[in-house]
Design a protein around this ligand. Structure first.
Ligand SMILES: Nc1nc2c(ncn2[C@@H]2O[C@H](COP(=O)(O)OP(=O)(O)OP(=O)(O)O)[C@@H](O)[C@H]2O)c(=O)[nH]1
Ligand SMILES: [Mg+2]
Length: 177
């Protein structure tokens, strides 16, 4: 990887209730196999670099705590992101209901967002179906994707998708300017 030249830098934040699996997504993205629970305190910053279409892209990923005692710290970051990833656990209805709160807040700040259903590896425990979540996202004009950190499903795809759509937005603006 060319360390000297970064062509694109994007800021991305993960938000959602505690224990939904936000930090585990970042661990899998960084090929770390230890996804035991370690409570996030406030906000952790991770850097991730990849090459897409011969361009080096750096993601600055802000992994936030789901605990409400850190809400004030987290809000500082919301205004300043290229993309906010709202995570819920497909096996826990409350974490899905709480997405409404996050969506409203992000809409108020006019930020880009994507909705992610986590922990799709235990179908027997699943409460929110793919179709329900997809329709819910469409209702709010938000794309929907799913992941499993345990089975390493959907994570590289999620970040590639985000990078390509942010990169296309920039390229389009440059082309039209
Ligand atoms: N079955 C299953 N469990 C998962 C998955 N991802 C994470 N977990 C487990 O869920 C728990 C919480 O994971 P974290 O990624 O630390 O959750 P978090 O959203 O970062 O939590 P906070 O930092 O408290 O906000 C841990 O015990 C993980 O091992 C997954 O894809 N499938
Ligand atoms: Mg965490």
């Amino acid at each position: 990887m060319n360390k000297n030249k970064i062509n694109y830098i994007f800021k991305v934040a993960l938000i959602g209730d505690s224990m939904v699996g936000k930090s585990s997504i970042i661990k899998v993205l960084n090929n770390d196999d230890d996804i035991m629970y370690t409570r996030t305190i406030g906000v952790d910053l991770h850097l991730y670099e990849t090459i897409i279409n011969n361009k080096t892209v750096q993601l600055q990923i802000y992994d936030t705590s789901g605990e409400s005692c850190f809400d004030n710290i987290k809000k500082i970051y919301y205004n300043n992101m290229d993309m906010i990833i709202i995570c819920y656990n497909v096996n826990d209805i409350n974490t899905f209901i709480n997405c409404k709160k996050y969506i409203n807040e992000i809409k108020r700040n006019k930020q880009n967002m994507i909705l992610i259903g986590c922990k799709i590896d235990t179908p027997i425990n699943r409460i929110i179906t793919y179709t329900d979540a997809k329709e819910y996202g469409a209702l709010h004009n938000i794309e929907y994707m799913e992941t499993s950190s345990y089975k390493k499903i959907g994570i590289k795809e999620l970040f590639n998708h985000i990078i390509i759509s942010l990169k296309n937005n920039i390229d389009m603006k440059l082309f039209n300017s």
